[in-house]
Write a protein that binds this ligand. Structure first.
Ligand code: DQQ
Length: 458
């Protein structure tokens, strides 16, 4: 069983670390597995890098981040579950910095555990430290948590990277969002398309805060401003800061983490798609959970959302004919059915309108994994509505329900709105299809949906 990825770039190669159960295809016995790649596509598995061994992580070595400090030395921050079952933040460093594969990692006795829950923090809900960034002479990390039902990103600061102090208030918190796992806090440029490293500040720089919601198992992000002098983050005025917020992916995509790639000057986000198969099947096949294709992210020119697009390195895989690119032309937008403003949740709307019920414009899209007689197919499709302001609302759905006749799998519908200008009456869709996963990108990466699909033919 694998869980979310974390990437470290070191001396021109990519190191992938991820939660892994070496004893089976179910959650448990988590170690940090380690693979290495020169291109983010072809990977070689190495020995696990981190596993429970010390009082401060004996009951678990969980998620994660990697930081390369300006002196070139990498550090991993991870959550350990200590002997008392409390979640604490630890660090590990390479045993031999001259080994470019960084095979062995050590957890120094000095300074571990690095951050423990104080009286204010719930030590059973305190995990997933971020990559460190620098501001005003301090190093900063976030740790995800909750206070009752309020989701929280605690901020810790350090001058020497050894002693970390919690700031007076969290960097950000939002009532009724529950536990925030895997926070990610990164800068994006408003003036160019290249990625920025974590410590970039400045007037052409906005900040993204992404959190993974343990309650819904979806993620959301906001775009806003980071105020390092006040240790505060504020989402922009028009951003939805809660369950209905923007998503990097509206489908089976969780616990994502981004990294800055100094090789190609880009910001790459990598998520995790869990298995929706039955546990018995997972055990039988011997694995569960996948990493979808890593995605480059940047700010949309509107400044209101991100664009996510599969990394260009996958061009090398194109010979496998596992992708479909379509441009849909919409001849007559006039006949679109009216959009009811009470339809707030795109996923609910996909369920309500279903994939087989004909509307005025839509459903139209792709039938992936279709059997010859259409007993099974996974539709990725759109519907277009007309809103009161005369603008159009584009709904994108991916429906796993008809994708299999098997009954012992979870077959969800996923949906997201696509904020796209339809004045040229065109809508673009790119789907990457691979065995049991369909990753679809609408309108240049404005809306993405990852689905797991299981068919009788596999
Ligand atoms: N799962 C881990 C956490 C992380 C979550 C525990 C993601 O570290 O927050 O397995 O699903």
């Amino acid at each position: 069983m694998i869980q979310p990825p974390c990437v470290l770039t070191f001396k021109g190669s990519y190191h992938l670390f991820y939660q892994y159960n070496p004893k089976g295809a179910v959650w448990g016995n988590i170690v940090w597995a380690h693979s290495i790649s020169m291109d983010l596509v072809n990977w070689e598995a190495l020995e696990p890098a981190i596993f429970p061994s010390e009082p401060f992580d004996i009951k678990g070595t969980w998620s994660r981040s990697a930081t390369v400090f300006p002196d070139g030395n990498p550090v991993i921050y991870y959550t350990g579950v200590d002997a008392k079952g409390q979640q604490v933040q630890n660090y590990a460093i390479p045993a031999d910095i001259t080994d470019k594969n960084l095979r062995k990692w050590v957890k120094p006795k000095e300074g571990n555990p690095m951050v423990v829950a104080d009286k204010e923090i719930n030590g059973s809900a305190f995990r997933d430290p971020t990559t460190a960034w620098q501001a005003n002479g301090y190093w900063n990390i976030l740790v995800g948590s909750r206070k009752g039902s309020t989701g929280v990103a605690y901020l810790f600061k350090s001058k020497d990277k050894k002693t970390w102090t919690k700031t007076a208030r969290p960097l950000h918190e939002v009532p009724n969002t529950g536990m925030w796992e895997c926070p990610d806090f990164f800068p994006v440029s408003t003036s160019h398309e290249k990625g920025l490293d974590f410590s970039e500040l400045g007037k052409d720089v906005k900040r993204v805060l992404k959190v993974s919601l343990d309650v819904t198992r979806f993620e959301y992000y906001t775009i806003g401003t980071y105020f390092p002098d006040q240790d505060k983050y504020g989402p922009d005025k028009d951003q939805v800061d809660g369950w209905d917020g923007l998503k990097l992916d509206y489908g089976n995509f969780y616990a994502s983490k981004s990294f800055y790639d100094p090789v190609k000057f880009r910001r790459v986000v990598w998520g995790w798609a869990k298995e929706l198969d039955s546990k018995e099947e997972d055990v039988k096949k011997g694995w569960a959970g996948i990493m979808p294709i890593p995605r480059t992210v940047r700010l949309d020119p509107s400044g209101k959302q991100l664009l996510a697009w599969p990394i260009d390195d996958i061009e090398t895989l194109k010979g496998n004919k596992a992708d479909v690119e379509v441009t849909f032309s919409i001849p007559n937008l006039e006949k679109a059915e009216p959009f009811d403003p009470s339809w707030k949740d795109p996923r609910d709307l996909c369920y309500k309108k279903k994939s087989r019920v004909q509307g005025a414009i839509g459903p139209f899209g792709l039938l992936t994994f279709a059997t010859e007689k259409l007993e099974e197919f996974n539709p990725v499709f759109f519907r277009i509505f007309k809103a009161q302001n005369n603008k159009h609302v584009v709904l994108m759905c991916s429906d796993a329900e008809p994708s299999t006749v098997m009954t012992n799998v979870y077959k969800p519908m996923f949906g997201g709105f696509v904020d796209v200008d339809l004045s040229d009456r065109k809508l673009l869709l790119w789907s990457l299809i691979d065995n049991s996963v369909v990753e679809s990108f609408a309108a240049g990466g404005k809306t993405c949906i990852t689905s797991r699909v299981y068919d009788i033919q596999r």
